[in-house]
Each structure stands twice: as structure tokens, then as C-alpha cells.
Design a protein around this ligand. Structure first.
Ligand code: MIC
Ligand code: SF4
Length: 642
């Protein structure tokens, strides 16, 4: 049987396991990336492993999330990241150099290679034919040390594109259409491969938009073939030598095939508060807009922003709209500036922000109370913008600009003027903001600088035979990591300070959670389906662990979060009978006995203090059981586990 592109890359990187969907496979990782908000933890974890130099082909630390520097905390973290990276053989992308995924696509991503990053949108690299996964910081630390990355072998989905996008309809609309079809759970356990004649009309940055938003489907990752378009992009970045061609075999088999006709697609919009709450833009024409934000790792390429500039040229934005534009990288910003497009953006009344995540993660530019904000980003979870009652919609750059000009949600295809963009043959290459590590022979004397914001890594507990714990919180379906461990300008600077962060855990759902969990001693959380969707932040597991959470019982889990729970020593369990969810009440005491034995059989019995008894599944590999019994991945690794 022929292979899909992902199966070919997995086969070439397979360390152990068999490639049947559902079994565990261990992969060799060629490249790693971290960003600052998850990176501090990842490097603290790497340091405790005691490995002097990273063993990957290429590892890089980006600073793009926490760039506001409202106090000493961020500055301290940046300095720690720069010095720890230099010492251990990791490249360092300075603050302001751009958003990790955009810069990685431009400068470092290579077709056919494996990449893991401590950020859930790492699959952006699939736009250039990489097999790229988002992962928790601990998994990235292990990969930097030369360890394998373990995943459950995914099913294969194929999206077959035909036709060609009409003017003002974009790659973002393709992503939103797939979210409408599949929902935020529809990609769980699958790799989404893109193919068909239609892909020949999509450039690498457009492909990157699509693979970036595959994360919102819950997919393990997404990938495009590496073809002549990939080759041309690499040549234009001065990296033609990095090209290898990659395509699926003609007889490759897929578990599901979805057809999308690009020519029939309309501009789409995701309504509050979920990326799959998608309708056609045309159906919302009368909604008044307060704010428009363009940027993020989904839509901040030169191609996107040249289109934005062309649409804004000679026009002024509506007086009731505030417009921000955050270029994805220094390369994008410089090239916009050199060709005059930046002046067109500025002249329209837009506010140009730093090349960073910015408003996407609530670092400034929060909307006004109840404000309608149209964003070219990938997530519109409740409260993520920093304004709890903000109404955030996700759109393409074209819909964003059309709406910023009229002041109402506007279908850009109603614009009569054609939009034509000339992409340069050559990108402007200047990697001066990427610092090389110190040479290996000098590394021993290189100093790592830590500030007072960097607190000790929290200690987890191994499991005893029996656990009695209080059900401290019961939540519903699709709980995101933004619910569990919010981000935003007030909290994000404390990502290396778990005790401080813990005060905000689950704040969106129940502000009393943190105090109650601490008081309970050992605790259990009960959730609905797709628990832990969204970000890769391991803080959504480490912080509950710090607060005494020992287990989570849910109807189902999101992929990266379940791995983070296990790595942090928290036992993930799923209801054998989902109706039992209804029968549980917050504050009950739950007892689980025969833990080690139950883990082996994959079944545990839970008894509540009112006598109600029910079964849960805990589908864990032998390695995951050992990690949990050791009290988490760090303990396991220290004890010599592989
Ligand atoms: C996000 O988009 O939610 C983030 C912030 O980039 C996260 C990582 C983090 O929480 O630091 C992600 O997507 O993994
Ligand atoms: Fe940054 Fe937003 Fe992308 Fe996350 S989704 S990496 S916060 S731009």
C-alpha cells in the first residue's frame, strides 16, 4: 500500500512503535522551537536534565509573546532565555524579530524534517512540507536532549482542493470552511493532508495559514506536499538548497476525504466564542464593528499585508473603528517599509504594532466593553482578548480591511476594484536578530542569568495504591487551556512563577477555584468532551498539579493537553459511560483504588462518598503508566526512564 506524506516522514523518523493508527510511535525530532511564554519552563526542565548541549539538528528560542515589559519580569525572562539558549547550543530570536511560526517558515523550516515546538501552532511548518507538532515544554526539553517524541499514530485525512479562489476569498476562508465542516473536535487523532489540483494555486504563506489553523480542528498536525511552489519560496528566501520534493503515493489510503471547491467558496467568519462557529460573512452584514486587528501567526505574512496595504491605499478607516496591524516578522515589516506599503497602511489611520503576538494573546489592544472585534487570528475563546464581554470574530485580512473601512462587518467580495499584488522574487534576508549560541568549547564558562521572577519548578507526587480526592470543579464541554490557565497582559509575565500563576487558575469559570483546590489537598476535576483544547501551555497542567489536582475525569481530551497532564503526573481518565458525568456533584469525595493494577488493564473504578460507583477508562501505554507512577516526566527521566 502506498504512503501518505505524513506516513513517509514518520517512517523515516521512526525510533520505535508500529504505525497502526492508535498505537504509540516514538519519533526522532530534527528541529525544536520554543517561544518565551512556554520557553522559560522548557529550559528550566532542560537544565534539570543535566544535558550540556542540545542534540537536535537545529533548536531555536523565539521571544514573541511577552514583549510588553511592564515590569522587570519579562526583561528577566528574556535575559534568561538568551543566556540559557547560548549556553546549551540553541539559537535565539530576539524580541521584535517576529512571531515564531512566521519567522520559522521564512528562515528555518525544511521540507521532510520533523519539528516540535512548545506552541500549539507549530503545525504552521506543514505549509512548507514539515511534519510539525505542538507539544508541551517538557516534551520539547526531552527532544532537545536527543530523546524521542511520542505520539499516538494518527489516522490520515485528506482535503482535496479543486478550482481556484475568487478575488477577495482567501486561504483563511478555506480554514474557516474546514472548521465549519469538522468542528473544533473533528481533527482529533488525525493528520490533515492537503492535496488536489487546487493546492497549485496556493503560495507557501497561504498554505501556512491553513496548516496553522488545523490546530483549531484538534488535529495532530496538517501538511502540504513540498512542490515547485515550495521550491520557489525557498529560493526567494535564499534557501533553495533546503528543498526536497515530497508527495503522497498515488495509492495512499486515507480514513476520510473531504472535497472543497475553492471556486465556490465565500468569505467566512467565526462568531464568538469558538473558531468553529462559522457562517458566511454576507449573513452578518449589519453588525457594527468597534475594532479590527490584523496579524498573528495565521495572517501576518508579506503577502497578507501587501494585500491589506493595497486595500487601504488612499482610504481612511471608519472613525468608529480602531485598526491595528502587527507584521509577522522583521522581514515582513522591512519589506513593507521599503516598498512604501507601510506608508499606505499608516496613512489610513491604522496603528502599527510590534512584530509579535500582541492582541492575539491579550497583550494589549483589548476591545472596549462589549466591543465587536474582528481579528485575522485563529482563536476567539471567551476572555482571551482581555475583555471578558468582548465579541471576537475571526476573519481574513480582506474581510478585516473591508469592515474597517465601512465600520460594519462587510463581505469584501462586494468591492468592485480588483486586488492585484506583485510578490517580490527575492525576500530581504537579514538574520541579524537571530543570535548563534556560544561555541561548544566555550559553553562551560557561559553564564545563565536568572531574575527573581524565575521560581522553582513545582514538585509532583507519585501515585499510591489508593487516592481519595475532592471533586473540586465540574466544568462542561470544550474547556480550553485559556479557561484553565488564562494568559493576557496581567498574567503572562508570570509564566515562570507557578505559585503566582496559581491564583488565576480557572478564574474564567470559577474565581474561587484556586483557594478551594489548595484547601482540599488532593483534588479531581471533572470535564466534558474535548477537555484542554487550544494552547500547548503545560501551565494548564503544572498549575493544577501545584494546587493539588491528581486526576481529571472527562468525556474526552485534547491531544497536547492529555500529554501535558501525564507529563505533570496528573491521571487523565475518561468516563466509560458518559451519562455518569451528570451523576457527579462538585465537592463530592471520590476514591480510586488499585491504581497501578487498574492502569495496566486500562480500567479503574471510582466510588463517590454517597456510594455511587462508576468505571473510568485510562488508556495508557506502559511508558505513560511509568511516568504517572513516578509522579511525572521529570521524575521519570531522572530515574533513568527513556
Ligand atoms: C496561544 O495561542 O494560545 C499561545 C499563547 O501561543 C499558546 C502557547 C502559550 O500558552 O504560551 C499556544 O498556542 O500553544
Ligand atoms: Fe502568538 Fe497568537 Fe500565534 Fe499563539 S496564536 S503563537 S499567541 S500569534
Amino acid at each position: 500500500m502506498g504512503k501518505t506524506i505524513a506516513q513517509k516522514i514518520i517512517a523515516a523518523h521512526l525510533i520505535s512503535g508500529d504505525m497502526t493508527p492508535g498505537s504509540e510511535v516514538a519519533l526522532k525530532i530534527d528541529q525544536t522551537l520554543t517561544q518565551d511564554a512556554t520557553g522559560t519552563m522548557a529550559y528550566l526542565e532542560f537544565e534539570t536534565m543535566g544535558i550540556p548541549r542540545v542534540k537536535t539538528e537545529f533548536s531555536i528560542a523565539y521571544v514573541d509573546h511577552n514583549t510588553l515589559q511592564c515590569g522587570f519580569e519579562n526583561g528577566d525572562d528574556h535575559r534568561y532565555l538568551q543566556t540559557v539558549a547560548a549556553k546549551h547550543g540553541v539559537y535565539f530570536s530576539r524580541p521584535g524579530n517576529g512571531i515564531c511560526h512566521q519567522v520559522h517558515l521564512e528562515r528555518f523550516g525544511k521540507p521532510g524534517k520533523t519539528l516540535i515546538g512548545s506552541d500549539s501552532h507549530t503545525p504552521t511548518g506543514g505549509g512548507i512540507g514539515m511534519l510539525a507538532f505542538g507539544a508541551g515544554g517538557m516534551d520539547v526539553a526531552v527532544a532537545m536532549g536527543g530523546g524521542a517524541y511520542y505520539i499516538t499514530m494518527p489516522k490520515m485525512f485528506k482535503v482535496n482542493l479543486t478550482g481556484k479562489l475568487n478575488p477577495y476569498v482567501t486561504a483563511k476562508d478555506v480554514s474557516l470552511e474546514l472548521l465549519r465542516i469538522l468542528s473544533v473536535k473533528g481533527g482529533v487523532g488525525a493528520i490533515v493532508e492537503w492535496g488536489g489540483e487546487g493546492i497549485k494555486t496556493l503560495s507557501v504563506p497561504e498554505r501556512g495559514t491553513i496548516t496553522n489553523m488545523g490546530t483549531e480542528l484538534g488535529a495532530t498536525t496538517s501538511i502540504f506536499p513540498s512542490d515547485e511552489i515550495t521550491h520557489q519560496f525557498l529560493i526567494a528566501q535564499g534557501r533553495g538548497a533546503d528543498f526536497v520534493a515530497l508527495e503522497s503515493d498515488p495509492d495512499a489510503e486515507y480514513d476520510r476525504i473531504i472535497d472543497i471547491d475553492l471556486s465556490a467558496l465565500k468569505p467566512m467568519i467565526a462568531c464568538p466564542h469558538s473558531p468553529d462557529n462559522v457562517v458566511e460573512v454576507a449573513s452578518l452584514q449589519n453588525v457594527k464593528v468597534d475594532q479590527v486587528c490584523i496579524g498573528s501567526c495565521t495572517n501576518s505574512s508579506l503577502y497578507d499585508l501587501l494585500k491589506v496595504a493595497a486595500m487601504l491605499k488612499g482610504k481612511t478607516i471608519n472613525p468608529s473603528v480602531s485598526l491595528s496591524v502587527s507584521p509577522g516578522s522583521r522581514q515582513v515589516l522591512t519589506m513593507l517599509s521599503d516598498c512604501g506599503a507601510l506608508s499606505d497602511i499608516l496613512a489610513s489611520g491604522a496603528r502599527v504594532l510590534e512584530c509579535a503576538c500582541g492582541p492575539c494573546i491579550g497583550m494589549g489592544f483589548s476591545p472596549n466593553s462589549g466591543g465587536v472585534s474582528l481579528r485575522t487570528f485563529n482563536r476567539n475563546f471567551l476572555g482571551r482578548s482581555g475583555t471578558k464581554d468582548g465579541q471576537v470574530y475571526l476573519v481574513s485580512p480582506e474581510t478585516a480591511v473591508a469592515s474597517a473601512l465601512t465600520g460594519f462587518i462587510t463581505d469584501p467580495t462586494t468591492i468592485a476594484e480588483p486586488l492585484s499584488i506583485q510578490m517580490p522574487d527575492q525576500f530581504l534576508v537579514n538574520d541579524s536578530a537571530v543570535l548563534a549560541p556560544v561555541p561548544a568549547e566555550e559553553a562551560e564558562n557561559a553564564q545563565v542569568l536568572r531574575g527573581p521572577n524565575i521560581k522553582e519548578f513545582p514538585k509532583s507526587k507519585p501515585f499510591a495504591e489508593e487516592l481519595t480526592a475532592q471533586l473540586v470543579l465540574k466544568v462542561g464541554d470544550n474547556i480550553t487551556t485559556d479557561h484553565i490557565m488564562p494568559a493576557g497582559a496581567k498574567i503572562l509575565p508570570y509564566r515562570s512563577n507557578i505559585p503566582f500563576l496559581s491564583k488565576f487558575c480557572f478564574e474564567v469559570c470559577d474565581p474561587t477555584f484556586s483557594e478551594r483546590a489548595k484547601a482540599a489537598g488532593d483534588g479531581i476535576i471533572v470535564g466534558g468532551s474535548n477537555y484542554g483544547q487550544g494552547s500547548s501551555r503545560e501551565h494548564a497542567a503544572l498549575v493544577p498539579m501545584y494546587l493539588g489536582i491528581r486526576g481529571v475525569i472527562a468525556k474526552s481530551f485534547a491531544r497536547i493537553h492529555i500529554a501535558n497532564l501525564i507529563n505533570s503526573g496528573i491521571l487523565p481518565m475518561t468516563f466509560e459511560n458518559p451519562d455518569d458525568y451528570e451523576k457527579l456533584e462538585q465537592d463530592a469525595n471520590l476514591t480510586i483504588s488499585g491504581i497501578a493494577e487498574g492502569m495496566k488493564t486500562g480500567k479503574l473504578t471510582v466510588t463517590a462518598d454517597n456510594g455511587f460507583t462508576f468505571n473510568v477508562n485510562c488508556d495508557l501505554t506502559a511508558r505513560q503508566q511509568a511516568i504517572l507512577l513516578a509522579g511525572g516526566l521529570l521524575n521519570y527521566t531522572k530515574e533513568g526512564g527513556q
